[in-house]
Ligand binder design. Structure first.
Ligand SMILES: Cc1cc2nc3c(=O)[nH]c(=O)nc-3n(C[C@H](O)[C@H](O)[C@H](O)COP(=O)(O)OP(=O)(O)OC[C@H]3O[C@@H](n4cnc5c(N)ncnc54)[C@H](O)[C@@H]3O)c2cc1C
Length: 423
């Protein structure tokens, strides 16, 4: 450790990336500290309980599950991984979305993605590959809202395709909650300081000084895992300024996704684990999972403009919107059987302020620019740093592991130092 530093490594942000970094660094005799602005760990991985039921306000699906690092960690920790298919590509009983329309809408979206691949627009703007006047453009925008958290006009084709090429179709779930799994993965014995926003990282001297309301933390190495929203706004600043990081973060803004939960009365009369899209002809519609994993509730998922609308009208309004869309599909009797339980408001969540990153058109290369270390002393991680698994919890994990290994290499240059653990 540099003689005046209090810590070998300080990790800023206790989400999936920060916890991944902490797991890689723990048990090596290093003095570590994990700090987070919020008064809980997990960041965008956040399970809450309604009585006996665990639900996720943030990440819920182990995407690309066969190679998702959290699946093995979760199994090792005794979590129950549900491998069943959530059935997103099937509208329950074709309600409000006849089978023929589902086929057409799916084919139109597949053709859109094929055009992105075969004949990408020079603008790198995904919306420019839509066919003008196609009846399924609103459907494609609804999918973009779920996948990217924003309109196709805001999405880089190169970035989208990098994710698409790397992702698999396997989307598993965690019965006890994905957020609970990620929180449980925090290694024992690591010092954690919560409710402690870092406002400035001063890297002008031999020791890095992290300024917080509760005083200065001094570190030899820092791993920064905060969301791009925080870097772009300057809520976390660097001295000397790192303008390239701020610009990269601004080019990788967070899209928005939110969830609404409704309890189901007489659950035996409602099908388990089936999917409904509220209105396939609107970009501002909910995606509903009825009784996911058999839990007696509905999980409503809103992206992009629909999520912004949900936050604007508040939780009671959001539940009313969801019930309205469900009643239009399942009949009016369902109204009295659905009770609002709560939901998320990620744009309004201080120190996060959005859901997951997308690259603006022409900006896909900013992910690598954001992830590059500074002077081999400041390392960057977090979902936005992943070249192809961005916007996910496993992508965040992998960037946290990579940043920790890079930091470790600068601290333990000896060929005799222990090899990093696999995860
Ligand atoms: C509604 C929703 C649904 C999602 N669904 C899925 C899904 O199904 N599957 C999936 O894989 N992913 C999903 N995601 C995305 C996934 O949750 C994120 O990509 C991942 O959790 C991000 O982890 P991270 O460590 O990069 O960032 P975060 O979890 O945001 O962690 C960063 C931490 O930094 C802290 N911080 C910020 N500023 C400061 C500061 N100045 N000082 C100290 N600490 C600070 C924050 O409080 C936060 O805890 C979803 C997200 C949302 C919101």
């Amino acid at each position: 450790m540099d003689s005046d530093a209090d810590h070998d490594v300080v990790i800023v942000g206790a989400g999936a990336a920060g916890i991944g970094a902490a797991r890689t660094l723990a048990g090596r005799g290093l003095k570590l500290l994990l700090v987070d602005a919020l008064d809980r760990i997990g960041g965008r991985a956040h399970s809450i309980r309604f009585g006996d039921w665990a639900v996720d306000l943030g990440c819920g699906y182990l995407h690309s599950a066969e190679r998702n690092g959290w699946a093995a960690i979760g199994e090792g920790l005794g979590f129950t991984i549900d491998r069943s298919d959530p059935g997103w590509d099937r509208q329950y009983r074709d309600l409000g979305f006849p089978a023929e329309d589902q086929r057409e809408a799916g084919a139109a979206f597949d053709a859109f993605v094929a055009r992105l691949r075969a004949d990408p627009p020079a603008s790198d703007r995904a919306a420019d590959a839509l066919l003008p006047g196609s009846p399924w453009n609103a459907y494609a925008e609804a999918l973009s809202a779920y996948i990217n958290g924003t309109d196709l006009a805001q999405v880089s084709v190169r970035d989208y395709l990098a994710y698409d090429a790397a992702a698999s179709e396997a989307n598993w779930r965690v019965r006890e909650g994905y957020g609970a799994l990620i929180g449980a993965a925090l290694p024992e014995g690591i010092a954690v300081r919560l409710g402690c926003p870092v406002t400035t990282i001063d890297h002008g001297g031999p020791v890095i000084r992290l300024e917080t309301d509760a005083g200065t933390i001094r570190a030899a190495r820092v791993i920064v895992t905060v969301p791009t929203s925080v870097l772009a706004s300057g809520a976390l600043a660097f001295r000397p300024a790192l303008d390239d990081r701020r610009e990269a973060a601004a080019a990788l803004p967070l899209g928005l996704a939110d969830k609404v939960f409704l309890a189901v009365d007489r659950p035996g009369e409602v099908p388990c684990d089936v999917h409904l899209i509220g209105n396939p002809h609107s970009a501002e519609t909910g995606s509903y999972q009825l009784q996911p994993m058999g839990l007696p509730l509905v999980e409503g998922f809103f992206g992009g403009r629909a999520a912004a609308m949900i936050e604007r009208i508040g939780q009671a309004g959001a539940a009313a919107f969801a019930i309205e869309e469900l009643a239009a599909l399942l009949g009016n009797d369902i109204r009295d059987r659905l009770t609002p339980l709560g939901g998320s408001a990620w744009a309004a969540t201080r120190w996060i302020e959005g859901s997951y990153s997308h690259a603006m058109p022409g900006m896909a290369d900013r992910r690598a620019a954001l992830a590059a270390p500074v002077d081999d002393r400041i390392f960057f991680a977090g979902e936005a740093c992943s070249a192809s698994d961005f916007s996910t919890a496993h992508g965040a994990l992998d960037t946290g592991i990579a940043a920790a290994r890079a930091a470790l290499a600068t601290l333990l240059p000896s060929p005799f130092s222990p090899p990093p653990p696999d995860r």
